[in-house]
Design a protein around this ligand. Structure first.
Ligand code: FAD
Length: 384
């Protein structure tokens, strides 16, 4: 290996591309190679769960193709190219039989949709949406269908419920949890979201696990533990995402929930870094856009000779359920404390305080969303 080998970024999601952009602001000469298993189109993943109501095709959500990105970044981009292995000792990676050297390597391999047990047998009738290709496939599968069963009532399942119902589809949501977004927001805050989605026509089957899934002439029949049979022409699995850490793990890098990195985004192997959904930064696995943007800016500095530690302020999430506006700044999982909920009807205000009375998180719905700026000022940083 020589330092003439390129800086290699694996992955062209928001993490990979934003890092490349930040890097090029600071270094216009070092050779840069991006490798991606997908087609390398630049798009904003959050738009996938608002595209149906707007009638957007996948091509309309893509902002730039790989060739345009390569020209803008003065980089080489290998598309439809999967990195199969990394050898940290020789600073090289394998694409099939081809060995490629890197000077520094950044893993931005994202997250994978959790697989619904038994879904393989139902083929295209049960899909998940975690990238532009999935979105295009789901849109194709929906042609001339009217009904969708969404499996999972987390943040992404709730957003798709709103979007697909607003697009005019009959939507039913199935989940073992008692409420929407359980674990993220308190029940009293989830209730107005659920009520607003019900007003849009969404049906809910909560607190019930799935016993069996079968293909029918019309689509799928999902039998729940209590015997309820939910029929739909199409199903969407939204049961969560897991950091894509397999490549790192196979190379012997330290992993926990994601690829373990320190505050300079260094993995346990020299010259290898990670950011985005695949990374667990100082024990925090935050699979959102704002943290990865913070990481991209800091890592660009580190890679250009200015080692920079990241710090995170609290980063609220605007949940895309326009039927009932919701903004959440979740407390970090290790924080002990409790929620206090006040409010009426669709305007709920939940505050999470520790035993010293320090605010660590909030969830606001309806008109209470207006309080977010004031509350943001009170929140302590997540990584200071
Ligand atoms: P990805 O976009 O998953 O990119 C991973 C890249 O790695 C891809 O290019 C893939 O091809 C490549 N790759 C993987 N393995 C290999 C390999 N072996 N070889 C080569 N290439 C490989 N966050 C918010 O903050 N707000 C929101 O409103 C929001 N809405 C969302 C809605 C949906 C439907 C989803 C799914 C997520 C949403 N998120 C939201 C989360 C946010 O979109 C993600 O945190 C972010 O897009 C992750 O970007 P990434 O680059 O880390 O991963």
């Amino acid at each position: 290996m020589s330092d003439a080998s390129p800086l290699v970024i694996v992955g062209t999601g928001l993490a990979g591309y934003n890092l490349a952009k930040e890097f090029r602001k600071l270094d216009s000469s070092r050779s840069l190679l991006l490798i991606t298993a997908d087609d390398g189109r630049f798009y904003s993943k959050p738009l996938l769960s608002t595209g149906f109501a707007k009638g957007k095709e996948a091509d309309e959500l893509a902002m730039q193709d790989a060739a345009t990105m390569a020209a803008q970044l003065d980089a080489e981009i290998l598309v439809q190219t999967r990195v199969d292995a990394i050898d940290p000792a020789t600073r090289s990676l394998m694409v099939g039989e081809r060995r490629m050297q890197y000077s520094d390597l950044v893993l931005a391999t994202g997250a994978l949709a959790r697989q619904l047990p038994g879904a393989e047998a139902l083929g295209e009738h049960v899909l998940s949406i975690n990238d532009l290709t999935d979105y295009a496939r789901f849109r194709r599968a929906l042609v001339s269908k009217r009904s969708v069963a969404i499996i999972g009532a987390g943040l992404i399942g709730s957003e798709f419920a709103n979007d697909l119902a607003a697009a005019g589809l009959d939507v039913q949501v199935i989940a073992p949890d008692r409420t929407l977004m359980a674990g993220l927001i308190p029940t009293q805050v989830a209730e107005p979201v659920r009520a607003s989605l019900e007003d849009l026509g969404v049906g809910f089957h909560l607190s019930k696990g799935i016993q069996q899934m079968d293909l029918t002439d019309a689509g799928v029949c999902i039998t729940l533990e209590d015997g309820t049979r939910v029929e739909a022409e199409q199903a969407l699995s939204a049961i969560g995402l897991v950091p894509n850490r397999g490549l790192a793990e196979a190379a012997g890098l330290e992993v926990a929930k994601g690829i373990s990195v320190d505050r300079q985004l260094r993995t346990s192997a020299e010259h290898i870094y990670a950011l985005g959904d695949c990374a667990e930064v100082a024990s925090l696995s935050l699979m959102y856009v704002m943290p990865l943007m913070t990481c991209a800016r800091a890592l660009a500095k580190t890679l250009t000779g200015n080692p920079t530690e990241i710090s995170y302020s609290a980063m609220p999430i605007m949940v895309k359920t326009p039927a009932c506006p919701l903004v959440v700044s979740p407390p970090l999982t290790a924080t002990e404390g409790e929620w206090t909920v006040t409010g009426e009807g669709s305007d709920q205000r939940a505050l999470f305080h520790d035993s010293q009375g320090v605010l660590h998180g909030y969830a606001l719905t309806g008109a209470a969303v207006r309080e977010k700026l004031q509350l943001n000022r009170e929140l302590p940083g997540w990584l200071v």
